[in-house]
Design a protein. Structure first.
Length: 647
């Protein structure tokens, strides 16, 4: 299929813009890949320390027989529903590695916080920067430098981008991402949102609200709305970093376990290949553009307009919001998943899921097919869905004994796999049962996913806004068409708590553009302001024309209220939001792509920027560990530059 001209132009522009940095990055990873393997390169004491805790037969495999050694970097904790299933994954991975004459070690753990827990609290101000902490923790985990490949275990909002940034700084390693899947469907997202709006109006109490939330978030696995966590999984499929079809398989079943074992076989297949394919080669400008296209086609999280800028930078690639905007004008909306529709991700998966969307985009020339992936068949493999294959014949008693020995680290010496080669993965056979992939066919529910020839909308779900208030983005995929242009007086707030208080006091019962400033990365770490969604939705439901303008984030759950977010430069960096005053007329125009304070130019130019209120400045960064992140706030780049703290 011939590439769409817009996709081709954006990719070429990204390639040209990135050429010097990308070339330097590739030289660095090629140098690292060309070294002797760690167990042969390091001193004897280093090697002894690295493998002291391994069972004796594992030591034999990795040191004497030179078998591959896989690093496991795990975001497990048993507080987060999405990450709780990952606790048992290392044992599954180690057992599978032994079956293929390899070893696996938990190289390290990375922190994983839940934005759902910290929404509206001081802890939320650590959220965005936790991404870079995770990247650093990934680097520390891999810094022992005795690994031939890596598996990244993580799912949620900042965790996957952080793992990916960290992995790209060890770009010479073959790497596969291993998720745990979504929880089964509980209370529908639509019904949950209704109860939240009722609670915001005081129509129901805490007991009713807590009951609804508990029925929505009720089991191990990711939340079932299409927020940042589940957008992460869509993008991992689109970049070819998963085992195909892994994203939305529920935890705790046979298929999920077999997909985890297949991740081991896949990453070992890369180490065995004649042409070596490390992650730094796989994640090129085409893979980044593919991720952007998949995000737009599914109405994914606005957080990725920050995260994927940072991910690209980690691979020596430079993208910006103009690239997203130009792709959005060409990429159709193919999915309606809450908050852009009523379906949850389990229903999305049942209707065709990521594989359907990727196939439609490939066939329409809106994704690059000629890319490297962790699989031998390239991106076309990601248009199919997995199932557990029929079981193979029963093992003999001796075979069962050998398998048991392998699982527990015993058994006889086994042949080795070559340490390095060059090229794409070749998948190893499963020891029993295994997997089969099937064509998805037509959409199973055209209210949830549609073909590119008959999309929900001819354009993607995101728009770039520019004007005298700066540059920002707006997620329009869930905003009604008659609400995409809002012009009204501004009410300026210095914190989200001020807006909530004004709503409760009945001060916002009119057309209004609510402006919440001092919420960027340099001010307070750029928290999500998702707590503002219910009251703003209530005002909109009462017939008022309402919009939000902020230099903060609104999360992957931003919905039907128009929100111009990530305004850059932020107020704390001298951005024009600091010039706004109560009563200034503001126009948020998602049709024309503008964000304007309708103030006469001479008056606007003459205004001085307001300063952050002293009480707010004094309180910022105090308590809940925020003091430790002072350097992050001080050194952060702007939102459009990925809010990176390491450049």
């Amino acid at each position: 299929m011939k590439l769409h001209p817009v996709l081709e132009r954006v990719t070429e522009r990204v390639r040209e813009r990135s050429a010097p940095r990308r070339a330097a990055y590739l030289r660095q990873i090629d140098e690292a890949a060309g070294r002797e393997r760690g167990a042969d390169r390091m001193g004897c004491a280093n090697v002894a320390h690295a493998f002291a805790a391994l069972p004796s037969n594992d030591k034999l495999r990795v040191v004497t027989e030179k078998g591959p050694n896989i690093a496991i970097v795990n975001a497990y904790n048993d507080m987060l529903s999405a990450h709780a299933p990952l606790g048992r994954f290392p044992d599954v991975i180690k057992a599978e590695a032994r079956r293929h004459h390899a070893t696996a070690q938990v190289a390290g753990g990375v922190p994983a916080m839940c934005d759902g827990v910290t929404q509206g609290t001081a802890g939320m101000e650590l959220s965005l920067f936790s991404r870079d902490v995770i990247a650093m923790a990934t680097a520390v985990s891999l810094s022992h430098d005795v690994f031939d490949a890596a598996l990244m275990l993580g799912i949620c909002d900042n965790i996957v981008p952080g793992l990916l940034i960290g992995a790209l700084h060890f770009g010479h390693l073959p790497t596969v991402f291993v998720p745990g899947g979504p929880m089964p469907s509980g209370l529908s997202n639509t019904d949950k949102a209704k109860v939240r709006e009722q609670a915001a109006q005081g129509l129901v109490g805490r007991e009713t609200l807590l009951d609804a939330e508990t029925r929505a978030y009720h089991a191990p696995g990711t939340c079932t709305f299409y927020g940042t966590a589940n957008s992460n999984q869509m993008l991992m499929e689109a970049m070819g970093l998963h085992v195909p079809g892994t994203a939305f398989v529920n935890p705790g079943n046979e298929l999920r376990d077999e997909l985890t074992r297949e991740a081991v076989r896949t990453v070992l297949g890369i180490t065995k290949a004649r042409r070596f394919t490390p992650i730094g080669r796989l994640v090129d400008e085409r893979a980044i553009v593919n991720a952007m296209a998949a995000l737009l086609a599914t109405g994914g999280s606005t957080n990725h307009l920050i995260h994927w800028v940072a991910v690209a930078r980690a691979a020596g690639i430079t993208i910006d919001w103009d690239d997203f905007a130009q792709l959005s004008a060409a990429v159709p909306s193919l999915a309606r998943v809450y908050p852009n529709g009523t379906a949850d991700v389990n229903q999305f998966q049942a209707a065709g899921g990521p594989g359907f969307v990727i196939r439609e985009l490939l066939d329409a020339g809106l994704m690059h097919e000629d890319v490297l992936t962790v699989r031998p068949g390239g991106l076309r493999e990601y248009t199919r869905e997995p199932a557990v294959a029929p079981a193979m014949p029963m093992l003999s008693a001796r075979e069962r004994q050998q398998e048991e020995a392998l699982t527990h680290g015993g058994g006889a010496p086994t042949p080795t796999l070559p340490h390095r080669g060059r090229g794409q993965a070749i998948s190893l056979p499963a020891p029993s049962g295994g997997l089969q992939w099937h064509e998805i066919g037509s959409s199973r529910d055209t209210d949830i996913v549609r073909p590119a020839a008959d999309p929900f909308s001819p354009t993607g779900g995101l728009k770039l806004l520019t004007g005298n208030l700066g540059r920002s983005v707006i997620k329009v995929s869930a905003v009604p068409a008659d609400r995409r242009v809002i012009e009204a007086p501004a009410r300026v707030f210095n914190a989200q708590e001020e807006l909530l208080q004004a709503f409760k006091a009945g001060e916002l019962e009119h057309d209004v553009v609510c402006v919440v400033r001092w919420q960027g990365p340099q001010a307070n770490g750029m928290p999500e302001l998702h707590k503002l969604t219910p009251p703003l939705a209530v005002l909109q439901g009462r017939g008022f024309r309402v919009a939000l303008v902020t230099d903060g984030r609104m999360s992957g759950a931003s919905g039907k209220v128009p929100a111009a977010i990530h305004v850059s430069p932020e107020a704390a960096a001298g951005g024009p939001l600091a010039r706004l005053r109560d009563g200034d007329r503001v126009r948020v125009d998602a049709a024309a792509g503008t964000l304007q304070a309708l103030v006469p130019e001479p008056e606007w130019s003459a205004r001085e920027n307001a300063r952050m209120p002293e009480a707010l400045a004094a309180a910022n960064g105090k308590g809940v560990g925020r003091e430790l992140f002072a350097a992050f706030r001080r050194n952060s780049l702007l939102a459009e530059e990925g809010a990176c703290t390491w450049l």
